[in-house]
Design a protein around this ligand. Structure first.
Ligand SMILES: *[C@@H]1O[C@H](CO)[C@@H](O)[C@H](O)[C@H]1NC(C)=O
Ligand SMILES: *[C@@H]1O[C@H](CO)[C@@H](O)[C@H](O)[C@H]1NC(C)=O
Ligand SMILES: *[C@@H]1O[C@H](CO)[C@@H](O)[C@H](O)[C@H]1NC(C)=O
Ligand SMILES: *[C@@H]1O[C@H](CO)[C@@H](O)[C@H](O)[C@H]1NC(C)=O
Ligand SMILES: *[C@@H]1O[C@H](CO)[C@@H](O)[C@H](O)[C@H]1NC(C)=O
Ligand SMILES: *[C@@H]1O[C@H](CO)[C@@H](O)[C@H](O)[C@H]1NC(C)=O
Length: 901
């Protein structure tokens, strides 16, 4: 019964979600908006190849899942599979790494295999615990192929200082079992479901007596999956710390069924008193202070309940009372990617533990608030001076009725609400795994929280909180191969953030202000570490005199009014009837392009206007003479227009066809950004003979036809967009879909995870390998929704941001000059160099209609920076790339007249 009602609840939520999504989709078009605008787009995207100041540590070991870095420490300790490392915290890639090898014995591995465990993942010694024991020693525990062991490490020599000891009560058996542990005053607190069949348990292992949680008559923990724990020194004015508590964070199966929710898993916080010694008769060797409460993180108006707690970052405040808990939550549906970040204050948590208890009446599964008399002293409180004054010196002298009440009432009735009663952030398409937060004072004197959040795909999102909302400053691809970030640590001393994953450890600077090329770029970024000094974006930490710096974290748009950025001006002369693409790439994912012609805004880039805007530029279709003039591209962000590039376009009727071009170095350098590096002629390589159209050319195509083909291409792409939207909405309940209109190709690629990231644009990498498709899209009318392609780094437009495309060659039109012969480009390489590896034979899988677009679609080819395109990716976008790659050889006109840059 209970199960089916749960199922029904889940199904209802799903249906509601689906309906909601569809309504929103219908209202806003494909890139539907997010509840409360919490689904924030990272402002800039940086691929791993564009990371600056990045240091990596890798070894033959894998699974760098445990990390320890103490304040002032020069060493970063890392526990991996079968080894522990001591790295130089200021440069983890330095060769000075110290290593302790600690593998499970072959015999132990054999027994592990006999137990039916996986010898590729589980039958190893995964270091699960690594913390300081005393001033000279560390303590660590490893799974030891399903027979856990623990050992001391002599810190100075970095060697194991004793024989490993039994770890069965301190360490889980497997590498993925939920686990958290702390050493406090040489006592070890652990929480896990240690062995497969055992109940989950919160323990204090030493010194004796071992305290545990209770299983009967009321089970205190239900299939709990632990993610974190922390000591909070709450004792006020006490020298003995007798009110200090240890908090545990986990997800468990809910016992209470109420009418308002029927979720089977819930996020919890539990706590015990550090001074607990257990009871004497009742609750002997059990906690007398165990209480738990629900953590809520939801958007109730949309019926989104983030019940799965993935990780918890505990941020100490100025006083223990100011402690904050930052949790990463997910939905229960496993196939749905979504994350929410909720922040809880210690005060809220304490209030729940001060409030009413829940009661399980007559052992049915019905839980409700307990309204009867509560025994005195209040059950679950720590033994402090107040109790001692009443003659209760330790928990063993607590009265039986109090202990019996504690045993039966572990759950509090009040739920812990996050600050502002809603998530700080909600993101579809991203699964955050771990995070770390630091406080930093901005130039406005305010304290800002900067969040560093790792994802399940090896990315790092850095965000700043402004008035309860997160602004994601940047997303960085830290690990090129998709893999979850297992650990995030921040060191203020080293000004670094460290990330551990299965393949290695990465150290990144906390900020990279030089990435922002202009005053507005610096201001829009809203990174509290960065400010504009009049000439460049600088790290404020490095500066003594901050009086002249410009920063605006609050609004991200003030202070640059008087700064002048140079705008690149290019001049071009083209012939009437040509199609001209004026390239303009916006570095920010949050910016939208705006074009002006002779200072008046270009209106309505509709199908008949003769213009199209896309993510990468403006297209003038069949240019007319009256379209000559000065075109300027602006990036509009935060309601501010910033000019990026201007083109002085002269459109002439009488332009002679370009003379047959002698290919020159100059000619090729103009197309340098359009050609894979290996295709650039080198002095040793003689130029190949001129034009050999590489694609079969249909004689049946007339200009009219071509136009029709072009229109149908747009229609097809638009249709694909819609179809994919529907499919994605259906499959992922809208949650997998990109939060901004990442345009149909992006969406298409999202369905092919292997190519997902490759498709994300970028020009950080010049000597890279594969061609990137950018398409002018008619259904993205500059309202930002299709601005899905992000970029950045080199700041500004690369030379040659201009491409002229003519309708299918070989066709004359009465009012046009015949198109010039195709330029003599080198043939497509027959074999692929490692640098330029296009998978072969893919075009055969393309629908024929796409192949026929040869000759009249509007595309700009550009190198992307992914270094090794997987040759097995069969994404739609990449297939198109291939087609276009070929098409290029028949399409490109030689260098147009260029008089100034
Ligand atoms: C350990 O690393 C391997 C290889 O990188 C990976 O497949 C596996 O999922 C990792 N295991 C854990 C528990 O992280
Ligand atoms: C760590 O690296 C820094 C800079 O590379 C160096 O100055 C320092 O001496 C190193 N420390 C140790 C303990 O090797
Ligand atoms: C795992 O065990 C199987 C036999 O069950 C064996 O064939 C295989 O080689 C083992 N793999 C490793 C990595 O030890
Ligand atoms: C720290 O603990 C280790 C292991 O128990 C012990 O050998 C060592 O003497 C201790 N160090 C201090 C300073 O107490
Ligand atoms: C509690 O401790 C005080 C002194 O610390 C002692 O005088 C008193 O007898 C103790 N009471 C009990 C019940 O143990
Ligand atoms: C644009 O070019 C034309 C001729 O090529 C020139 O007369 C005009 O002054 C230029 N305009 C600007 C703003 O540079």
């Amino acid at each position: 019964m209970r199960g089916s009602s749960e199922m029904q609840g889940a199904r209802c939520s799903a249906v509601r979600l689906l309906l909601l999504s569809c309504c929103v989709c219908a209202a806003a078009g494909y890139p539907f908006r997010t509840p409360l605008d919490l689904d924030v787009t990272p402002r800039i995207t940086v691929l791993s190849s564009g990371l600056q100041g990045c240091r990596r540590f890798q070894s033959s070991a894998v699974n760098y899942s445990t990390m320890l870095l103490e304040a002032d420490s020069e060493r970063l300790y890392v526990g991996a599979r079968g080894a522990v490392f001591a790295l130089n915290a200021s440069d983890i890639s330095a060769s000075s790494a110290l290593t302790i090898e600690w593998e499970a014995s072959p015999e132990q591995k054999r027994q592990c295999l006999l137990k039916g465990k996986d010898n590729k993942t589980e039958c190893f010694n995964h270091i699960r615990f690594l913390q300081r024991f005393n001033s000279t020693h560390l303590y660590m525990c490893g799974t030891n192929a399903f027979r856990p062991l623990c050992a001391y490490i002599d810190e100075e020599k970095f060697v194991m200082s004793s024989q490993p000891e039994e770890g069965r009560d301190k360490c889980p058996y497997g590498p993925t079992t939920g686990y958290t542990a702390l050493i406090i005053d040489q006592q070890m607190y652990t929480a896990s479901q240690y062995e497969f069949r055992s109940f989950p348990d919160i323990r204090r292992n030493s010194p004796p007596p071992t305290l545990k949680t209770e299983d009967a008559p009321t089970r205190w923990l239900n299939e709990a999956d632990f993610v974190g724990s922390a000591l909070v020194r709450e004792s006020l004015g006490s020298s003995t710390g007798d009110d200090d508590k240890i908090y545990f964070f986990f997800t468990e199966t809910s016992q209470e069924q109420t009418t308002t929710y029927s979720h089977s898993r819930v996020a919890r916080v539990a706590r015990v008193c550090k001074g607990d010694r257990g009871g004497r008769l009742t609750l002997q060797k059990r906690w007398t202070s165990f209480l738990k409460a629900r953590l809520t993180c939801s958007l109730p108006e949309y019926d989104f309940h983030f019940n799965m707690l993935r990780s918890m970052f505990v941020m100490p405040g100025h006083t223990p009372q100011d402690t904050l808990f930052y949790g990463i939550f997910g939905l229960e549906w496993k196939n749905v990617k979504a994350s929410a970040v909720c922040r809880f204050s210690l005060t809220e948590v304490q209030e729940a533990f001060q409030g009413p208890y829940m009661e399980n009446q007559d052992s049915s599964s019905k839980w409700k608030e307990y309204t009867g008399k509560i025994p005195d002293p209040r059950p679950g409180t720590c033994v402090t001076d107040t109790l001692r004054a009443r003659g209760i010196n330790v928990s063993t002298s607590l009265p039986d009725d109090v202990l019996d009440f504690v045993r039966r009432h572990p759950l509090m009735s009040q739920q812990v609400q996050p600050s502002d009663r809603r998530p700080l952030l909600f993101r579809r398409t991203t699964d955050y795994t771990h995070m770390a937060v630091r406080m930093i004072q901005g130039l406005d004197g305010q304290t800002y929280h900067v969040l560093y959040m790792g994802t399940d795909e090896g990315w790092l999102h850095k965000a700043v909180e402004v008035e309860g909302q997160l602004h994601i400053i940047e997303e960085l691809q830290v690990f090129e191969d998709q893999q979850p970030v297992d650990n995030v640590l921040i060191s203020a001393e080293q000004m670094s953030v460290y990330l551990g994953s299965s393949s290695g450890v990465v150290q990144l600077p906390l900020s990279n202000c030089h990435r922002y090329a202009s005053c507005y770029d610096c201001i829009f970024a809203r990174d509290p570490h960065c400010a504009w000094n009049g000439a460049q974006c600088v790290d404020i930490m490095a500066l003594e005199d901050r009086s002249t710096l410009i920063q605006d974290i609050q609004h991200g748009n003030r202070g640059c009014e008087n700064t002048q950025d140079d705008v690149v001006l290019r001049s071009r002369t083209v012939r009437v009837g040509d199609d001209v693409l004026l390239q303009c790439e916006l570095s920010s994912n949050l910016a939208t392009p705006l074009w002006t012609l002779d200072d008046s805004e270009l209106q309505g880039y509709g199908l008949n206007s003769g213009f199209r805007t896309g993510t990468d530029g403006l297209l003038i279709i069949e240019a007319r003479q009256d379209q000559s003039g000065l075109y300027t591209c602006y990036a509009v962000e935060n309601n501010i227009k910033v000019a990026i590039v201007s083109y002085n376009i002269t459109i002439r009727l009488d332009l002679p066809p370009p003379p047959p071009v002698e290919p020159t170095e100059d000619y090729y350098s103009h197309f340098a950004t359009l050609l894979p590096p290996t295709e650039r002629p080198s002095s040793e390589r003689p130029l190949p003979p001129p034009p050999a159209p590489l694609l079969p050319h249909s004689e049946l195509l007339t200009p009219r036809n071509m136009e029709a083909v072009y229109l149908s291409l747009i229609t097809i792409l638009g249709g694909l967009c819609v179809v994919l939207t529907v499919v994605l909405v259906y499959v992922g309940f809208c949650l997998r879909v990109g939060n901004r209109g990442k345009y149909s190709l992006r969406a298409a690629a999202a369905a092919y995870p292997s190519s997902k990231r490759n498709n994300k644009n970028k020009k950080q990498h010049r000597n890279s390998s594969h061609m990137e498709l950018k398409t002018i899209s008619s259904h993205c009318n500059g309202n930002g929704v299709c601005n899905g392609v992000s970029k950045h780094q080199n700041g500004g437009i690369q030379d040659g941001g201009f491409l002229q495309i003519v309708p299918g060659e070989g066709h004359t039109s009465p009012n046009k000059e015949p198109p010039p012969p195709a330029p003599p480009l080198p043939p497509t390489p027959q074999h692929h160099s490692p640098e330029c590896d296009f998978p072969s034979g893919l075009s055969a899988t393309l629908p024929s209609v796409l192949r026929r677009m040869n000759g009249n679609s509007y595309v700009l080819l550009r190198q992307s920076d992914s270094e090794n395109t997987p040759s097995h990716s069969y994404s739609f976008a990449e297939e198109l790339n291939r087609i276009l790659e070929k098409r290029k050889h028949t399409q490109l006109l030689p260098r147009p007249d260029e008089s100034s840059v």
